[in-house]
Design a binder for this molecule. Structure first.
Ligand code: ZN
Length: 466
């Protein structure tokens, strides 16, 4: 059966215009002016969705999520089932999560383990990046096999010595290999060796509270690692993508690299745009709610990030959704900030929060759609199936009501976590309907989908014009 989304305003990376969308067999069949498909829909069976007064956009693409991710002795609290349902509520129709090679494992073992966790449980489409925890000749060779299976990006850490940390030579080797095989390297850029020294010194001085997580990971150590990563990628002739860029100094390094014509890209996250280091100073152990890496930065820093997004030096906003409950999880670090699981929940609120940026005049509607959907789809080999409203693209669509108001709260959100970092925040605008591959999975704010609606997406290789 055909579906017609009519009377809305189409919002794409190119701009906005009134228009109707015709959907058939899970894809966008045609795009026209209001009323263009009236005759066609009168003659045939056609489900109609009235999008009058609403924005009609390509579904959100969140390229940074961690469902069921092990951290120390615990796992992030959203499963693929709960986390992707929350994504659907929030207007995200594709996630790219991080599978993980553990030390001593092949890359394939890491990918297979994560794919098995996700298969049949996801409400939205999903793909995987792969975290490389150990670089050997065998791993470098094996990377190509993962790329052939649609895992076309690899994440490396300059932080977390003893867990994920790789030295510069190892990072450089992966970059060289990625350049050969059409893969994109993603980098967590913080100088983990120095952070560990500062953190040990803080603990020795009796500074155990959550806020010392922030003071021991200063922005200088992100800027330095960002600079180093850019230099290594330039030598390796490899494209490079920085995950969760948080600070003005690191952004300056990316801007300078882009000005030189380097293939360097960066994402930031909603929490760096809307929260700051003062949230970690909250009374008692409350600050633990906001512990993530890199940490929230000093007030005022967010201005630079908004500007970076508007002018294109920041390409993507992804959530780094990595929730841990206060009860039984964040609490693990009540005597030692180093033991607080790193991560904050956010997958459900990305489209809403970015729309507040539109309302504040920081982003255009087109830029909102671009950073939330089109740009991540292009960078990660999902375009034009995802991130586009053109004929032939997957019918993954969000109908967004700019007039609806709601309040963010743990009492009403759908993520499996017992607090909200945005508790009490008033949002103007709301996701009304969400369509995945032509199927309505959220209707008038209510979930209508099922686990298993989402399918694994093999992603295309890196292309230089992304
Ligand atoms: Zn992450």
């Amino acid at each position: 059966m055909k579906m017609l989304i009519e009377k809305g305003t189409l919002v794409t990376a190119e701009g906005t215009r009134p228009g109707d969308l015709l959907i058939e067999a899970g894809r966008i069949a045609a795009v026209g002016t209001h009323g263009a498909f009236e005759d066609l829909c009168r003659e045939t069976d056609c489900e109609r969705i009235d999008a009058g007064g609403c924005y009609v956009m390509a579904g959100g693409v969140d390229v940074h999520t961690h469902m069921e991710m092990p951290f120390g002795a615990t796992n992030s609290s959203d499963t693929f089932e709960t986390g992707t349902r929350a994504a659907a509520y929030g207007g995200t129709t594709t996630i790219v999560d991080f599978a993980m090679q553990r030390r001593g494992q092949t890359l394939q073992e890491g990918f297979d383990a994560w794919r098995a966790r996700a298969e049949g449980h996801c409400s939205v489409d999903y793909g995987f990046h792969l975290i490389i925890s150990e670089v050997t000749d065998g791993v470098l060779k094996e990377m190509e096999s993962l790329v052939a299976q649609g895992v076309t990006s690899f994440k490396l850490f300059m932080a977390y010595p003893g867990m994920f940390y790789l030295n510069d030579g190892e990072i450089f080797s992966v970059m060289q290999r990625a350049a050969e095989i059409g893969a994109l390297v993603m980098l967590h850029a913080e100088n983990g060796l120095v952070i560990d020294v500062l953190a040990a010194q803080a603990m020795a001085g009796g500074n155990t509270a959550p806020r010392f997580h922030g003071t021991t990971r200063p922005p200088e150590l992100e800027a330095e690692a960002t600079h180093r990563g850019i230099a290594l990628a330039a030598l390796a002739q490899s494209p490079l993508y920085f995950v969760h860029l948080s600070a003005a100094g690191a952004l300056q390094e990316v801007t300078a690299a882009k000005d030189r014509g380097a293939q360097v890209f960066a994402e930031t996250c909603p929490h760096y745009l809307f929260l700051d280091a003062t949230d970690m100073d909250r009374e008692g152990f409350e600050g633990a709610k906001f512990v993530c890496s890199p940490p929230l930065r000093e007030p005022g820093n967010e201005e630079d990030l908004w500007e970076g997004l508007a002018r294109g030096d920041l390409s993507v906003v992804a959530t780094d959704h990595c929730p841990f409950c206060m009860a039984g999880q964040k609490e693990l670090g009540s005597d030692d900030f180093r033991a607080i699981p790193n991560g904050v929940p956010g997958i459900e609120h990305r489209m809403d929060l970015l729309y507040q940026g539109v309302r504040a005049g920081r982003l255009s509607l087109a830029r909102w759609s671009e950073i939330a959907s089109t740009a991540p789809a292009k960078l990660f080999g999902l375009y034009p199936e995802k991130g586009s409203l053109s004929p032939g693209s997957d019918a993954d669509i969000v109908i967004y009501d700019p007039a609806e108001r709601h309040v963010l709260s743990a009492a009403s959100h759908h993520m499996a976590v017992d607090y909200s970092i945005y508790e009490g925040s008033e949002i103007v605008g709301a996701v009304r309907d969400v369509i995945l591959g032509g199927k309505v999975i959220v209707y008038r704010g209510d979930y209508k989908g099922a686990p298993g609606d989402g399918r694994f997406k093999a992603r295309a290789r890196w292309q230089a014009d992304s």
